[in-house]
Design a binder for this molecule. Sequence first.
Ligand code: BGC
Length: 369
Amino acid sequence: MKKLIIFILAAAIMVSIAACGSATKDSANPSSGSSDNGKDVLIGVSMPTQSLQRWNQDGANLKAQLEAKGYKVDLQYANNDVNTQIQQIENMILKGSKVLVIAAIDGSALTDVLKKAADNGIKVIAYDRLIMQSEHVDYYATFDNFKVGVIQGQYIEEKLGLKEGKGPYNIEIFAGSPDDNNATFFHNGAMSVLKPYIDNGQLVVVSGQKDFVTVAIQGWDSAKAQARMDNLITAYYADGTKLDAVLSPNDSLAIGIIASLKNAGYGTADKPYPILTGQDCDKPNVIAMINGQQSMSVFKDTRVLASKVVEMIEAITQGKEVPVNDTKTYHNGVKVVPSYLCDPVYVDVNNYKEILLDSGYYTEDDLKQ
Ligand code: BGC
């Protein structure tokens, strides 16, 4: 049985890499012959922050893969400050970038600077987060954000046996930053699975706080998530009411939630940690999974997303057809942005070795306590 599960997982990873990773194949194939074409072409890469592991990996993967193809890369991190990001993008335009790859801090704050990019004939790829309110977003490369939420919801559904009619269980709900378009997709995806159980009483949100605006955490900030969890525990669980599950949309929030639970004495036989979801498979969170503090995370292989974006850039700079696989989901308020959606997969303590170690994403040393 175990072997069968491992086989199915391995097959699923292969399929997901194949689904997103044809660029990886091309780059290994000398006959695709693009390695010289990038010479002297400058690509601007604007990342939101270095404070989260994933964006460092995204930036590093993009830079390495683009440079391997002969492109010049201007990689900047904006310290989660919107004005810094705008200035950095303006500089990239001045320096003569041909393509801009942007993971926006505030998805709706780039309308003016993207107009300048378009006036200069620069193509723009929104990276991971959709850029809103601009006609000058040419492509979007991301993971299937709704599916990320569905995977989190299904994990809770399965672990609590909700399909089998078990319950009632107590749950609290968190959502990501309201200025990040992804946050709504994650929330809606998870709630598409959980809401029927809330409606029929198998899940009880003891605080009653469940709509996106109420549960969103500005800036994906761990400390803010911790503060909200502290408040929830004090107000609704201090009397011994059992907390069975917490829906966290990503790992930075999960870190804050774990800190709060730990401070409140969770993690004992009498008061076990609730089921807790996450996303990104950041190192501290994988360690938390191994330690039984976090139940799962959604893995979005940044190598795969970077490969896809490199493939898009090659197509743009060579005047070829740009690969997309979704032309209806991501409306940015002005238009539907042609998108390429990669496939996310869930990781927990039972499969992290196959997915994260065997694939070379982490080494054993990375996950030392
Ligand atoms: C990304 C997540 C990340 C979050 C916080 C989202 O836009 O899709 O992977 O955890 O931002 O940085």
